[in-house]
Design a protein. Structure first.
Ligand SMILES: *Cc1c(COP(=O)(O)O)cnc(C)c1O
Length: 381
């Protein structure tokens, strides 16, 4: 880390070219289905504006967020960077909002060209009522629940909608979607049960394109692709096929700067709770990154960093702003103040850090803190 970046405790590098390459891999695998990009939660913590701009340039036409505020911010980011000059102006990318349109925010959808996901019969009615009030056809995505029991029309509401199709008057259904509960377990019988429920649900609805697969769902086979796939995590390097080789390119690097190195005697303890006691003369390197930055407390006794090709075990507890590593076995010249310890990178990907923390790559990414210096590696597009 050099210059301005060295002020931060760590440098988070985000490889936009790798994100674009991952999107193309998923798109090619899902073709002829279209490939959207899920950029909710600030693109899983990596920066929705930067990620979506790169993917829109690469040809992605459909983006998915969770909330209306994410949708508004994304629309602004995509509008600010759309090509000008003599280029033919392409139609703006579609933005779907998974958590739907809260009654106080319906007009925001119209104003910013956002498309709500309707998650209940009540959502359908209130969107249809707005369409009637405005005397317009309003686009919407319909979510049918096939086994998550979170959002989406449950079977009884779906049956009522099928019996009373007029309730959709004024609503232009651009997509019917459902979401898999067990896509990361390819042999789980639930995947096929949900698929059958989804096919049956569509048969009772007006004709509309369908979307079923998240990242892992794309790898369940073409039967799961339908018309549009919705990957999130795999774009950002999380493996969609846990247990097998990861087909995605790594996207993030996290290099933490060593603040201080000290030598302690055998018997000296390190950190809160005095949980680690040196069993030999030990050199301890402290870096300025902690659980407030997304390095989970559960990494105590299990986590590692890397200096060059050498693994350095995390010792003691994870503090809010600091963690400590045993660097005794690394040449002194490499473990000095201002040298860096790799927390995410070639030696330890997002999934490996997650496994050490007892969680999933999704949570590692979305927990990455706001205090890092960030560097975006350009796409080259
Ligand atoms: C988050 C989400 C996705 C993306 O899932 P990944 O597992 O990250 O690919 C797709 N669809 C819905 C409805 C989601 O909530």
């Amino acid at each position: 880390m050099t210059g301005l970046e060295s002020r931060a405790g760590a440098l988070l590098s985000i490889d936009l070219a790798a994100i674009v390459a991952n999107w193309r891999t998923l798109r090619d695998r899902a073709a002829p289905a279209e490939c959207a990009a899920v950029v909710k939660a600030d693109a899983y913590g990596l920066g929705a504006a930067e990620v979506a701009t790169a993917l829109a340039t690469a040809g992605c036409r459909v983006f998915v967020v969770a909330t209306v505020d994410e949708g508004i911010a994304l629309r602004e980011a995509l509008t600010a960077t759309s090509p000008g000059g003599m280029e033919p102006v392409p139609s703006p990318p579609a933005i779907f909002v998974l958590n739907g349109a809260p009654s106080g925010a319906q007009m925001e959808f119209v104003r910013h060209g956002l498309i709500p996901v309707l998650n209940s019969l009540a959502d359908v009615d209130s969107w249809a009522m707005l369409a009637e009030m405005l005397g317009a056809q309003l686009p919407a995505v319909l979510h049918v629940d096939t086994g998550m029991a979170r959002l989406g029309l449950p079977p009884d509401e779906l049956a009522r909608l099928a019996a009373e199709p007029d309730r959709l008057e004024g609503v232009r259904l651009v997509l019917v979607l459902s979401h898999l509960a067990c896509a990361d377990e390819p042999d789980h019988p639930f995947n096929h049960r949900q698929r059958e429920a989804f096919v049956a649900a569509r048969a009772n609805l007006p004709a509309a394109p369908a979307s079923f697969a998240n990242s892992s769902g794309i790898f369940l086979g073409t039967d799961f692709h339908f018309d549009l796939v919705r990957p999130g995590a795999a774009l950002y390097g999380v493996s969609p096929v846990p247990g097998g080789p990861n087909p995605m390119r790594p996207v993030v690097r996290l290099d933490a700067r060593i603040l201080q190195v000290r030598e302690i005697d055998s018997g000296t303890t390190v950190g809160y709770g005095a949980t680690f006691e040196a069993g030999r003369r030990t050199r301890v390197a402290t870096v300025g990154v902690g659980y407030a930055d997304g390095l989970f407390r559960s990494l105590a006794g299990r986590g590692s960093g890397w200096i060059g090709d050498r693994r350095v075990p995390l010792v003691g507890r994870v503090s809010m702003d600091l963690i400590t590593f045993d660097v005794t076995d690394v040449p002194e010249a490499l473990a000095q103040p201002d040298a860096t310890i790799e927390l995410l990178g070639d030696h330890q990907g997002v999934d490996a850090l997650a496994a050490a923390a007892g969680t999933i790559g999704y949570e590692v990414l979305t927990s990455l803190g706001a205090r890092y210096a960030r560097r975006y590696e350009p796409t080259g597009l």
